[in-house]
Every structure is written in structure tokens, then in C-alpha cells.
Design a protein around this ligand. Structure first.
Ligand code: NAP
Length: 332
């Protein structure tokens, strides 16, 4: 006679997550982390047909949804996208405006409509924002992101706002790749007022933290959206961050040339005008103040220490050859 087997436990249904901007730098790491945790993921993109190159192999089979924020400005526009979804993860952002894709539409009006749609449909919403939006600012890029946060706060949706510091990765990321390239240059040109601290974190850690939040049964608190500020374990000003990144690969430190803040500001406007480099007026404003979490939620969300992005210990402590011990040269 066959031995009696215990009754099979019912398998809980997979969490269904729509990742907006799922082919982007943050989005594709969140998609990878969600899939690794067993979620059923849909990927939102302006160009779903072009996602093959950008998505990790495991995500190639995920259903794709065409999503253009500049056309989704009312709550009812979002309703069809929320049909078979438990959670929406918004990783959409633009560095520069293009035609109808304005900062206000992409960072404020569409997320506001999305939050209202999520409230009506009873969906949870995880919204990726940025640090440093509380201080007074003039950049339209930063103000639109602050307006997006304010709209979420007033929405009544079960949502949370995630504010990461600067991101790093071995591969990819427009800003991360630029910073790595600049760190390798023998000369580092730095704005005199770029004194704010950056607590860079690894984008894989952010992806895992976002996946952990998506699995939470509730995101809002009685006071409003949950708020999570995330960073790595080391806080450095831009010049020291570049120097620490350079130490990983180059034998000699770079020469540091400090330029007046006004010149850096003019350069940032020129970059915005010509769509050159990730350096924008908003970033110039951000570099002037600290970009570190008030209370770092990353270790708690990961259940471990964050991956180390840079090591700010002296080269000798890292066992590096004496050639690397010279301090970065400084030329005013
Ligand atoms: N990278 C960082 O260091 C960092 C740090 C803190 C905060 N953040 C914030 O995180 C967000 C995402 O950053 P990221 O580095 O992942 O940027 P990214 O690689 O440029 O990804 C942005 C995504 O937004 C989507 N997108 C752009 N315009 C859209 C539109 N009109 N409608 C729908 N989707 C649109 C793009 O999707 P498709 O091209 O597939 O349409 C793209 O996948 C931004 O808000 C950024 O400010 C970034």
C-alpha cells in the first residue's frame, strides 16, 4: 500500500508587478531582482519592440506594455494598464526634455495620475525619486520631481517614495558610466562648490531593495506614503569619490583642477542646451549640498550590508603599492 502523503500546500500566486521604465538602468535591475524572487513581471517602455538588447536574458519572455507618460495624464488613462497587476514600480525619469516629454508631464503629471489610478483600483505603487529635493532649487528637472513627490503625498494611494543617492555599476547607466570614465582621466576638473557628500550605492542593491518593497503588503503609513532614503556605506564629496574610483584601476592619482562655481554653472546650462553629458543644471545644484540619506533604509531592506562601491581607506590600508599613496594634486 502506498504511503500517505501530506496534503500539498497551496502555492501562493506570484506577485504581479508592472515595472515602468523596466528597460532603464534602475528598472532592469529591479526586473531582474523581482524575477529572482518569483514575481510575474510586466515591463513598461515607450518602445517595447526595442527592449531585447536592454533586458536581462531572464526577462526576455516578460510581457511588455507600451507606456508613454506624456500621454497618460489622467487617472482613467492608466486604468487598462492596472488590470492584471498588484503593484506598479515607477522607474521612469528623463534627464532632458524632448518635445511633449516635458519634466512636468513625465515627473509630475503622469505619476500624479498614476497614483490616483492606483488609489481607485487598490493597487500599490513604488515610486523612484531622488535625494535632495527638499532644499530650495531652481532647476525645472528637480522641481518637477519634487512636484511628483507632493502629488503622491496628496493622493491617498497605498504608495511609497524611494530616494536613492548616486548609483554605480560595472556596466551601464548613463551617469554611472560617465563618472567611471571621468575617474580614469588623468585630470579631474571640479566645481569649487561641489562640496556636497554623495553616498553612492550599487544599482543591484537598489534593484533588490525595490523588489523587497514591491512584496510588502502595505507601503503607506498613517501619515502618508512610506519614504525610503537609500545610500551606500561611504559618503564622499565628488572630488574624493572620483579619486577613490580612480584608485581602483589607475596607479597614479589624478591632478585636480578646481574651477569657480559660476563657470561650472554656465557649463551645466551649455550641457543642457546641447544635450551633452549627464551633467545638468540640476546636478550642479545637487552637488552643492549633501546627497546622503537622512536615515539609510538600504541595509534594512536588503537584510545585509550594502555592496561596497568605493573604499575611502588610505591606499596603504588597502595594500596598494606606494605609488598610489600620493595625495591627489590640487591646482586652483
Ligand atoms: N541613475 C542614478 O544615479 C539615479 C539616482 C537617483 C535617482 N535616479 C532617478 O531614477 C529614475 C530612473 O533613472 P535611470 O538611471 O534608471 O534612468 P534611465 O536609465 O534613463 O531609465 C529611464 C527610463 O524611463 C523611461 N522613460 C523615459 N521617458 C519616458 C516616457 N516619456 N514615458 C515612459 N517611459 C519613459 C525609459 O524607458 P524606454 O526608453 O524603454 O521607453 C527608461 O527606461 C530617474 O527619475 C532618475 O532621476 C537615478
Amino acid at each position: 500500500m502506498a504511503a500517505l502523503r501530506p496534503p500539498a500546500q497551496p502555492v501562493p500566486p506570484a506577485l504581479r508587478v508592472l515595472v515602468l521604465g523596466g528597460g532603464g538602468f534602475i528598472g532592469r535591475h529591479a526586473v531582474a531582482a523581482l524575477l529572482a524572487q518569483g514575481a510575474a513581471v510586466q515591463v513598461g517602455s515607450r518602445h517595447p519592440e526595442r527592449l531585447d538588447r536592454r533586458l536581462p536574458v531572464a526577462a526576455q519572455a516578460c510581457p511588455r506594455r507600451r507606456v508613454r507618460f506624456e500621454r497618460l495624464l489622467e487617472a482613467q488613462d492608466w486604468a487598462p494598464l492596472l488590470d492584471e497587476v498588484d503593484v506598479v514600480l515607477n522607474c521612469v525619469g528623463i534627464l532632458r526634455e524632448r518635445g511633449r516629454e516635458t519634466y512636468q508631464r513625465v515627473h509630475h503629471e503622469a505619476p500624479a495620475a498614476l497614483a490616483e489610478a492606483c488609489r481607485r483600483a487598490g493597487r500599490r505603487l513604488v515610486h523612484v525619486s531622488a535625494l535632495g529635493l527638499q532644499a530650495p532649487m531652481r532647476s525645472g528637472f528637480l522641481r518637477s520631481k519634487a512636484d511628483g513627490e507632493a502629488a503622491l503625498r496628496g493622493s491617498g494611494a497605498d504608495c511609497c517614495i524611494v530616494r536613492p543617492s548616486l548609483l554605480d555599476a560595472e556596466v551601464g547607466g548613463y551617469g554611472a558610466a560617465w563618472i567611471r570614465r571621468v575617474a580614469r582621466w588623468p585630470v579631474h576638473v571640479l566645481p569649487a562648490d561641489a562640496r556636497g557628500l554623495i553616498a553612492a550605492l550599487d544599482v543591484r542593491d537598489l534593484g533588490q531593495a525595490l523588489a523587497a518593497l514591491a512584496h510588502r503588503p502595505r507601503l503607506a503609513t498613517p501619515a502618508g506614503p512610506g519614504e525610503f532614503e537609500l545610500g551606500g556605506d561611504t559618503a564622499l564629496a565628488l572630488g574624493d569619490y572620483l579619486a577613490a574610483m580612480r584608485r581602483r584601476r589607475a596607479a597614479r592619482p589624478a591632478w585636480r583642477i578646481v574651477v569657480p562655481g559660476l563657470l561650472a554653472r554656465l557649463a551645466s546650462h551649455a550641457c543642457d542646451l546641447l544635450h551633452l553629458t549627464p551633467f545638468s543644471f540640476g546636478h550642479w545644484e545637487l552637488l552643492r549640498r549633501d546627497n546622503v540619506p537622512a536615515a539609510n533604509a538600504l541595509p534594512g531592506l536588503l537584510g545585509r550590508a550594502p555592496r561596497r562601491v568605493v573604499d575611502d581607506r588610505p591606499p596603504a590600508a588597502l595594500g596598494l603599492p606606494p605609488g598610489r599613496q600620493r595625495l591627489t594634486g590640487e591646482v586652483d
